[in-house]
Design a protein around this ligand. Structure first.
Ligand code: FAD
Length: 294
């Protein structure tokens, strides 16, 4: 929008940027979207180029998934990247353009104003200055979605995951790897490059679980869980050497929905605010970028 001559203001609920979030897989279309805002080189420099995806199933670790980007035409590949690295590149693109950012500002609604304009409403009760358009990119828990009437309530998936980003000891840096025990357990390993200002290669380790079982896993203790990982994938458990508790692990819940009409007078919804799907598809960030691309 800034490149097209508009004067966007970004309102962000967090008070300051922090290196939080899981590793992500960007698809080729997402990389093209980044190219259009001159961010691709910067993002690729921090990520891991993913050319293959392999999955194996218990009990005999028979190969279930074999996906190679090279089977597609053109020089296509995915990119594993830490969310903080992607954020850093977008942050730089924002500040380079002199785009205004107001942090610690949580938008919870919008009221109509004269001339078809709209006025964002903050959690603290403040009405912000009138704007021509609100682009709601506030993610799966968007509070503005009520504006479009019969907005679907996201339906949670039965399975979520715990995950952590850890130093990559021995895993190939160009492959997304998964092991499955029926549909009950999935261990995933995604190389995600490195954080800005670091040269330690990282992987994100995912362990699927039902969110209601999370408390039980914590109560049973880290060693018990580590043994379960080792029983499925000893090399994956080796990544946990030097990790003594769950403090590096976060619980992610997943939800599915699509807005039938992703806009209303003065408001448009993009990214997870408009549509959310399972992270297992590795498509959410790419779809958000496609929504936003010039
Ligand atoms: C564990 C996990 C792994 C994933 N792995 C992948 C993957 O490999 N590949 C992939 O493509 N996708 C993955 N996803 C999905 C992906 O994270 C989302 O699809 C993507 O981040 C959506 O981008 P977004 O910009 O729409 O929303 P978000 O990334 O959720 O960003 C929303 C922003 O809005 C801010 N915000 C929220 N509410 C307000 C408010 N009321 N007012 C002001 N600001 C607000 C938030 O602080 C945040 O900065 C994963 C998700 C999870 C949880």
């Amino acid at each position: 929008m800034a490149d097209a001559g508009h004067k966007p203001v970004i309102y962000e609920r967090f008070a300051e940027a922090r290196p939080v979030g899981a590793g992500l897989m960007l698809q080729p279309a997402g990389l093209v979207a980044l190219e259009r805002i001159n961010c691709r080189g910067c993002v690729e420099a921090l990520g891991s180029r993913i050319t293959r995806f392999r999955g194996w199933s218990a009990p005999d670790w028979r190969q279930l998934v074999e996906v190679d980007y090279s089977q597609l035409s053109g020089n296509l590949y995915g990119l594993g990247i830490h969310r903080a690295s992607l954020f850093g590149a977008l942050w730089q693109a924002t500040t380079t353009r002199g785009i205004a950012i107001e942090t610690a500002t949580e938008i919870i609604g919008a009221t109509p104003a004269a001339g078809g304009r709209v006025r964002p409403l903050c959690l603290d009760g403040r009405h912000l200055p009138c704007v021509d358009l609100i682009v709601d990119a506030s993610g799966v828990n968007s509070q503005l979605r009520g504006i479009v009437g019969a907005s679907p309530v996201p339906s949670p998936y039965r399975y979520g995951a715990i995950w952590a980003s850890l130093p990559n000891t021995d895993f190939a840096r160009d492959m997304l790897l998964q092991r499955y025990v029926a549909a009950r357990h999935m261990v995933g390993i995604l190389p995600v490059g490195q954080l800005p200002a670091s040269d330690t290669p990282l992987v994100t380790l995912f362990w699927s679980l039902r969110p209601e079982d999370h408390a039980g896993v914590l109560a049973a203790g880290f060693e018990t869980w580590r043994d379960k990982v080792a029983a499925i994938w000893p090399e994956a458990a080796d990544l946990l050497d030097g990790t003594v508790d769950f403090s590096a692990f976060a619980l992610a819940r997943y939800a599915q929905f699509t807005l039938r009409v992703p806009f209303a007078e003065g408001v448009v919804f993009i990214g997870d605010a408009a549509h959310s799907t399972s992270p297992q598809l590795g498509a959410g960030v790419t779809m958000a970028m496609l929504d936003a691309r010039p």
